[in-house]
Write a protein of this length. Structure first.
Length: 271
């Protein structure tokens, strides 16, 4: 990746992996896109609000950058990027300003969960509807935490790990049809500042920080209600981001307390 950074967000849109925001000693508004077909990066229009600890999701080909923080404090900012026009649009602010949150997308809605706000660790769950440009408050996650990772698998939002008075292996699932949470088998490796991706009906928990910087990749299979250890990353790191493009999971950026922040991009092939 051209710009080394951590506490960034990433997601795949129409065959391109986008890496947005983050921190490299300064709060960043950088947006860069990676094309797996050519193995090249391109610089895109900068995000209006520089920030770290944000999350991102995609609905109908539009990337939404949500929350985060900068020198102004915790943010409720949501900005939408259209790759077709290389432009950004500001949307209705999230009700709860927070950083180090996670995001999942399902059935045309973006779900923002957890994070850290002025009140400390939160389990807050809020859903954004881009059609109405409005937010709805939903049932909070049972275990408040920041630095978690989340993704939808088979219609349920899974939230893994994070930090709340210690690094957590907590794994909880939200059902949007019932507006209820359920505890799931804990993640084998407790960790914070990890990344996640959903692929082929499984939830992948990637990297992060436990007692050390991690290369570990663990996958949860809802069909068996169990975790499986997968091939580890080559690079130990926390505060990385992940996105799915073309049947691959890409892990980008991060930190291992060495200067400068990481530019590393690695791809996992589940096949």
């Amino acid at each position: 990746m051209p710009t080394g950074r951590f506490l960034l967000a990433a997601c795949g849109v129409n065959g391109i992996l986008y890496a947005v925001g983050g921190y490299d000693g300064s709060f960043l508004n950088t947006l860069e896109g990676y094309d797996p077909a050519t193995d090249t990066w391109a610089t895109k229009a900068p995000m209006p609000t520089a920030r770290f600890g944000l999350a991102a999701g995609v609905i109908n080909g539009i990337l939404y950058a949500v929350g985060g923080g900068n020198a102004s404090g915790f943010l409720n900012t949501i900005e939408a990027y259209d790759p077709a026009t290389d432009t950004w649009t500001t949307k209705a602010p999230m009700p709860t300003a927070r950083t180090l949150l996670a995001v999942g997308v399902y059935n045309g809605l973006l779900y923002a969960v957890g994070g850290r706000s002025n009140s400390g660790y939160v389990g807050t769950l809020e859903a954004y509807n881009p059609v109405t440009d409005s937010w709805t408050s939903l049932r909070s996650m049972p275990t408040p935490r920041w630095g978690l990772a989340a993704s939808f698998v088979n219609g349920k939002l899974y939230a893994a790990g994070g930090y709340n008075q210690g690094r957590r292996n907590t794994f909880e699932a939200y059902n949007p049809l019932t507006n209820r949470w359920a505890a799931k088998p804990p993640m084998p490796t407790p960790r914070e500042d990890l990344a996640a991706g959903a692929l082929n009906g499984r939830f992948y928990a990637i990297g992060g920080h436990s007692d050390a910087y991690e290369t570990v990749v663990e996958a949860f299979d809802p069909a068996t209600n169990s975790w499986i250890t997968k091939a580890a990353m080559s690079t130990k790191r926390e505060a990385l981001a992940a996105g799915v493009v073309g049947g691959m999971i890409y892990a980008v950026g991060g930190d291992h307390r060495r200067a400068p922040p990481l530019t590393v991009l690695e791809a996992f092939n589940p096949r």
